[in-house]
Design a protein around this ligand. Structure first.
Ligand SMILES: [Zn+2]
Length: 155
C-alpha cells in the first residue's frame, strides 16, 4: 500500500506555488537581524523584540516561537568558550583570581549580549524556513486541517 507523503509533514496539502525556503539562507538573514523572507527588512525592533510584520515584504513574523532556545544556545556557546578559556589560563598561567575575574566576567557578559540577538534571529529564520508555528500558512489555508489519519469527530 502506498502511503501519501507530504513534504510539510503538517497533514495538509501544500500549494505547489509556494516558494522554496532555503534553511541556511533564512538563518543567515535572521542572524544578521534581517527578515528571513526578503533579507531587506529589519527583523527586530529594539534588542530582542521581533517585529510582527516585515515592513519591506509584508511577511508575518509574529508566528515565531523562539522561546528559550536562543538563551539556551547562547549559554551553551558562551559556557564552552569561557569555561575552556578559564581552565586553560588557570592551567598554563595560573594568574591571580582578580585577574581571572577581570577577564572572564566582562567577556561572559559581552559574549552573551553579542550572541543572543543573532542566535534568536537564526532561530526565527529556521522556524520560518521550516514553516513552523503558522509560518507556512497562506491566505488560502488559514488553519491546518485535522489529520487525515484520525477518524472524523462524531456529531
Ligand atoms: Zn521581509
Amino acid at each position: 500500500m502506498k502511503v501519501p507523503f507530504e513534504e510539510s509533514g503538517g497533514g495538509r496539502p501544500q500549494p505547489s506555488s509556494e516558494a522554496a525556503r532555503p534553511v541556511g539562507r533564512a538563518m543567515r538573514r535572521g542572524a544578521r537581524g534581517r527578515c528571513p523572507a526578503c533579507g531587506a527588512g529589519r527583523l527586530f525592533e529594539g534588542y530582542l523584540a521581533v517585529r510582527p510584520v516585515c515592513r519591506v515584504c509584508g511577511t508575518e513574523l509574529h508566528h515565531h516561537r523562539a522561546d528559550d532556545l536562543p538563551p539556551y544556545l547562547t549559554i551553551l556557546v558562551v559556557g564552552h568558550v569561557v569555561v575552556s578559556g578559564l581552565l586553560l589560563t588557570e592551567r598554563l598561567l595560573a594568574p591571580a583570581m582578580w585577574i581571572e575575574a577581570a577577564i572572564w566576567l566582562p567577556l561572559t557578559l559581552f559574549l552573551s549580549l553579542a550572541l543572543l540577538r543573532p542566535i534568536k534571529g537564526a532561530v526565527v529564520g529556521l522556524q520560518w524556513a521550516l514553516r513552523l508555528h503558522g509560518f507556512g500558512r497562506t491566505a488560502a489555508a488559514p488553519s491546518p486541517s485535522p489529520s487525515p489519519l484520525l477518524p472524523p469527530k462524531a456529531a
